[in-house]
Design a protein around this ligand. Structure first.
Ligand SMILES: [Fe+2]
Ligand SMILES: [Fe+2]
Length: 238
């Protein structure tokens, strides 16, 4: 039996007191901003001591970018722009609910429950709401051939992964991986990352647009690591 997901009193209250203003997409934006509360990230942080002050700020910034990628996919592929933008905005809304570092894997389940309550509160179309909730629930699962998900549902995950493959993620990866590593170690990391990028190129995407955006970002990453690798190879005594 699936575990029942309980959401915090804090988020319950935000939904309870929510006053609708503007169109559905703007309503979703202001709701997500309230839940992730980037300007007071330190106060709402509950995920153990390991998470830092700016985690929710990063999460919120990332959410805004994912929504823009979703908008692009929707326009190119003839999907509902409003609904896809809303799904993308809600995809990581479950993060502040995670009570520990280990629990972060449950953020999609928390997010789906929060999305369900919020979309019910604003009276959004029932069938679209179900699809958005499913998209939020599966967004962190690896795609596979023959998966039981619609193009719309896959597109939220595609938009999320496309942002995760872009320049900002290179910065984060380099910061954590490399820091002040010696050249020989950096070289090994570059080889490892380049092999990963090769595998990632085969990722199944829901649409052609998403696949193009995905490969474009991987290409950037590949060029960066190749360049870094060649710099490290030139680091030698003579
Ligand atoms: Fe996520
Ligand atoms: Fe995300």
């Amino acid at each position: 039996m699936e575990e029942r997901i309980r959401i915090s009193e804090r988020v319950e209250n935000i939904i309870e007191e929510y006053v609708a203003k503007g169109d559905f997409a703007h309503q979703t934006l202001s709701f997500v901003r309230k839940v992730l509360a980037p300007e007071s990230a330190g106060e709402v942080r509950v995920a153990g001591n390991e998470l830092k002050r700016y985690d929710m700020q990063y999460r919120y910034d990332h959410t805004l970018r994912v929504a823009e990628i979703g908008r692009k996919i929707a326009r190119e592929e003839g999907l509902s722009e409003e609904a896809l933008v809303m799904g993308c905005l809600l995809h990581d809304v479950g993060y502040p609910e995670c009570g520990s570092f280990e629990e972060l894997g449950k953020h999609s389940a928390y997010g789906a429950e929060i999305a369900k309550r919020f979309l019910g509160k604003i009276g959004y179309d029932r069938a679209m709401s179900e699809s958005i909730c499913k998209a939020v629930l599966i967004h962190d699962r690896s795609p596979y051939e023959g998966e039981d998900a619609t193009v719309f549902e896959k597109s939220v995950r595609d938009a999320d992964d496309i942002d995760r493959a872009d320049a900002m993620r290179i910065c984060i990866q380099v910061y954590h991986d490399i820091g002040e590593c010696p050249a020989w170690e950096t070289k090994e990391l570059c080889v490892k990352r380049l092999a990963e990028i090769k595998d990632l190129k085969g990722r199944i995407c829901g649409t052609k647009t998403a696949k193009c955006l995905w490969l474009e970002n991987l290409h950037l990453r590949e060029e960066f690591y190749q360049r870094l690798l060649s710099q490290m190879e030139r680091t030698r005594e003579w």
